[in-house]
Design a protein around this ligand. Structure first.
Ligand code: ADP
Ligand code: MG
Length: 247
């Protein structure tokens, strides 16, 4: 689990507003290749907005965001390029209900990457095997459990060979008994060297794989540290309060 010396993501003095509401305030964040970062913080603190700005699902109004050397501007070609590098997994899986698991996984490789169908299916089966559900390939999302659907969502992202993976509370909509099977897949991905930015309150996961834990509150990064120091010795009162509520 080596961290590289190249920068994967850099946010410099980033601000964002929703109308009059100042949702991200002066965010500075540098993520190295191979780094695994966990972002936590109270509901409404801007965690989703922050990671959604990285693949331009949300637009920032001030400051710069650079992903793999490409600066995010209104240039649609560059936005496309970045989206090809960055996979994203959401809380609510967002699978296409009318497509089979295999079709969910091959859709983007075939239409966006122009991969031949047979090759796309082979790649998809490899990733479905890696997330331990190859036998579900011909079923529809509604026939799978939440944990299985989330593993499909991860496999689907990986089929596009992303260099960076963003996770937005991937286990928070799951029943407790399914959380581990999804976290196991994420740990496996972390161990393979993927650059990962994960919004999650799964502190066991943070301790196991994160290089750094970031705490956000009210649109700001309040504190960040490597996991042991973060959990054992939080500096800020707001961090202490938050940890006392979730641990
Ligand atoms: P978190 O993921 O930490 O819960 P979000 O980034 O989702 O926080 O939201 C931060 C704040 O921005 C919240 O107060 C939320 O209500 C507000 N917000 C989120 N999305 C929008 C939007 N599209 N328009 C207006 N306000 C929004
Ligand atoms: Mg959120």
């Amino acid at each position: 689990m080596k961290v590289g010396e190249e920068v994967a993501i850099e946010m410099v003095d980033v601000h964002k507003w929703y109308g009059d509401f100042h949702v991200l305030k002066d965010i500075n964040l540098k993520v190295m290749k191979g780094e695994r970062i966990v972002i936590c913080g109270p509901s409404g603190s801007g965690k989703s907005t922050l990671i959604r700005c990285i693949n331009r699902l949300e637009e920032h109004q001030q400051g710069t965001i650079t992903v793999d050397g490409i600066e995010l501007t209104n240039d649609l070609k560059k936005i496309d390029e970045i989206r090809r590098e960055v996979g994203m997994v959401f809380q609510h899986f967002n699978l296409f209900p009318h497509l089979t698991i295999l079709e969910n996984c091959t859709l983007a490789p075939i239409w966006v990457r122009k991969m031949p169908k047979k090759e796309a299916e082979e790649v998809a089966m490899e990733y479905l095997t890696r997330v331990k559900i190859p036998e579900q390939a011909n079923k529809y999302p509604g026939q799978l459990s939440g944990g299985q659907q989330q593993r499909v969502a991860i496999a689907r992202s990986l089929c596009m060979s992303p260099r960076i993976m963003l996770f937005d509370e991937p286990t928070s909509a799951l029943d407790p008994e399914m959380i581990k099977e999804v976290l196991d897949v994420m740990v496996d991905l972390a161990q393979s060297g993927m650059t990962m930015l994960c919004v999650t309150h799964e502190m066991g996961f943070a301790r196991q794989v994160a290089n750094r834990v970031i705490f956000m509150d009210a649109g700001q990064i309040i504190e960040q540290n490597e996991p042991t120091a973060f959990f054992e010795n939080p500096q800020h009162d707001r961090t202490k309060l938050f940890l006392s509520q979730i641990l």
